[in-house]
Design a protein around this ligand. Structure first.
Ligand SMILES: [Zn+2]
Ligand SMILES: [Zn+2]
Length: 354
């Protein structure tokens, strides 16, 4: 099914191609996947592009209008002057108050900000009613002005002679004109800064809903809602898997062998981790409840530490002598200190012919 292109582009029905172009540019700035890392950006941008292309194609647009029971957009935007004089019908009252579109905006947080909650400043670009024309797109002059189309004559020249000026219905003067502040769209873009409290424990893709902070399509519309979708910046130390945090911690093999202590980073601060002599404890540790917190303080993840053995480099002659001493002691009782080495030597010896 083809979507209503005006709705997708947040335009009033039958908006001009120029308005569609402006709307498309504005939305593409926000939703192009190159600019927006959120999951839905690509799909959203496709919809926006498809809607714009539909509006650009008069034949397809007319077919869509017909199929969906809409009147084709009037090619002459000026209303019939005769109708202007007649009592105008009351604006069509919608059964329930129409709502502006919901907005989704990505809010990029550090892992710590998302885990612990934070207050962040969000800059929103929304369209609001033009103040100059109160959102109507048209201004009414207190005093009528000479019609620009016919220079006040009321008739315009055609190849066949002259005919009544359509812009002023032959009157030569106008009382209404397109609003110059909004180019007749009735809408102007505005930027707003919102300070938003992000609760702790929101995972990437999860949203905060701010009621009534979305798009307001016109003065008679209720505003839509604003959804802030959490995106996480990559973290230097942690990888998030579900709600567990994974962290690889390099440790000297000498500390692993002799036992000691390593410093473990936490979401807030750090703590020491005591190591018994290797391999009593292995290289993987799980610190219960030290992972990404759950919503409402429940169901948080764990911190999974993987110790990565590091071989000391560039040892001098003195240090190497110390290590050789140690190795000599180990070789004196291989069965105890290095059973795998002992086994290997046995297998080599069994293969020897003599
Ligand atoms: Zn205006
Ligand atoms: Zn005129």
């Amino acid at each position: 099914m083809i979507e209503n292109p005006y709705k997708v582009l947040d335009l009033s029905h039958g908006a001009s191609v120029a308005e569609a172009k402006r709307a498309y540019r504005r939305l593409a700035m926000r939703w192009h996947p190159d600019r927006n890392p959120s999951h839905e950006a690509e799909a959203r941008f496709k919809r926006i592009k498809a809607a714009y292309e539909l509006i650009l194609d008069p034949e397809r647009l007319a077919a869509w209008m017909k199929a969906h029971g809409h009147q084709a957009p009037a090619s002459e935007p000026e209303p019939e002057p005769e109708h202007e004089a007649a009592p105008s019908p009351a604006p069509e009252a919608a059964p329930d108050r129409p709502r502006g579109e919901d907005l989704v905006q990505t809010v990029s947080l550090s892992l710590e900000e998302a885990a612990l909650g934070c207050t962040t400043l969000v800059t929103l670009t929304t369209a609001r009613d033009c103040e100059h024309c109160a959102g109507t797109g048209r201004v009414t002059y207190t005093h009528s002005r000479a019609c620009r189309s016919c220079q006040g004559i009321g008739r315009i020249r055609t190849p066949e002679g002259t005919e009544e000026c359509g812009a002023c219905a032959g009157k030569g003067f106008v009382r209404k004109a397109e609003c110059s502040a909004c180019e007749g769209s009735g809408r102007v873009e505005a930027q707003r800064n919102l300070e938003v409290r992000i609760p702790p424990g929101l995972l990437p893709g999860e949203r905060v809903r701010l009621a009534g902070q979305g798009q307001r399509a016109s003065a008679t519309h209720a505003a839509g809602d604003l959804y802030l979708e959490v995106a996480l910046r990559p973290h230097d130390l942690f990888t998030l898997v579900g709600r567990d945090l994974h962290c690889r911690v390099p440790v000297s093999i000498l500390v692993l062998m002799a036992g000691g202590s390593v410093t473990i980073p936490l979401l807030a601060g750090q703590r020491p981790l005591k190591l018994k002599p290797y391999p009593a404890h292995g290289l993987a540790y799980r610190l219960k409840g030290e992972g990404f917190p759950g919503k409402g303080g429940k169901g948080g993840g764990d911190l999974l530490i993987e110790l990565v053995p590091e071989f000391p480099l560039h040892l001098g002659a003195d240090e190497q002598a110390l290590l050789r001493q140690l190795q000599a002691r180990i070789e004196a009782n291989l069965a105890l200190h290095a059973p795998n080495l002992r086994d290997w030597q046995d297998r080599l010896a069994a293969r020897a012919p003599d």
